[in-house]
Design a protein around this ligand. Structure first.
Ligand code: SF4
Ligand code: SF4
Length: 265
């Protein structure tokens, strides 16, 4: 009952990334749902097992050498785009463990039952937390066990919305803890952002110039929305009125050869 309708929702491009059936039965493996050619390679540099193909061009998409991957999860913790996952389909007879990066506090505890969410953040089933590992940069990798049918549907979790956990209730200023990371690429926390706002850096461009927000490998993919929210609250302006940082050409990394071959018409 649980297999057919859900398996159809796994994006085709994700199905294409999966290792062979034989490999999936051997143990955990990393999967990179990374489909945009951006200059980024922490997944490669984090792997101590040589299980991520060397990115000779930093814009290349990552690839797992499934024969070398041991499912340690280091690439998950270091991925700037939250695009890396470890999947263990051998966890039990009927359950798969899905591991993903988690950057919120408080951390869940082993044994907690949480809402397991899909790529769109929609709750699709329940999961049980089976592992919580926090890395040096304070990113944690959470493993949750879900029924096998959800192995390639679930890609995260949501904690219950309670007043006790203090994370999801209240005004925005009270929600985010000072030590929460706002910009993963440049390792900038909320305390730093608040200080910059207090010092009157009240535009996205100013924040970019002062602290390198949006200048890391993800190019603002993860921090810009948070900055807009904080600026909007601080200035009392709707988010739509917060102007974006100034982008200069080229908007995407371009090989010098492309310019060398340019001919004016
Ligand atoms: S899970 Fe570990 S071994 Fe596998 S690719 Fe990631 S860092 Fe390498
Ligand atoms: S976004 Fe993640 S998976 Fe993609 S290249 Fe960067 S570190 Fe690797």
């Amino acid at each position: 009952m649980k297999n057919e309708p859900l398996i159809l929702k796994v994006p085709e491009r994700v199905l294409r990334l999966l290792p062979s059936e034989e490999r999936r039965k051997k143990g955990p493996y990393a999967i990179f749902e990374c489909f945009q050619q951006i200059p980024c390679n922490p997944c490669y540099t984090a792997c101590k097992f040589g299980a991520v193909k060397e990115l000779t061009d930093i814009n290349e998409l990552p690839e797992t050498f499934y024969d070398k991957c041991v499912g340690c999860g280091a690439c998950v913790a270091h991925c700037s785009g939250l695009a890396a996952f470890v999947i263990d389909e051998t966890w039990s007879e009927s359950q798969t463990v899905v591991k993903f990066a988690w950057e919120f506090l408080p951390l869940p505890q082993k044994g907690d039952v949480v809402d397991a969410v899909d790529r769109d953040g929609q709750t699709v089933t329940k999961g049980t937390v089976v592992s919580v590992v926090t890395y040096k940069d304070r990113t944690s990798v959470i493993g949750i066990a879900v029924d096998d049918a959800y192995a390639h549907i679930v890609r995260g979790m949501a904690l219950p919305l309670t007043a006790e956990n203090g994370v999801f209730v209240g005004e925005p200023e009270n929600v985010v803890l000072d030590e929460s990371i706002v910009c993963r690429c440049e390792d900038i926390d909320m305390e730093t952002l608040k200080r910059l706002l207090d010092e009157n850096h009240l535009t996205l461009n100013d924040l970019k110039l002062e602290a390198r927000f949006s200048m890391g490998p993800c190019q603002g993919k993860t921090c810009t929305a948070l900055l807009v929210r904080e600026l909007s609250a601080r200035l009392g302006k709707p988010a739509e009125e917060i102007r974006g940082p100034r982008h200069r050409q080229p908007l995407r990394p371009v090989k010098l050869g492309a310019f060398a071959g340019y001919k004016e018409l």
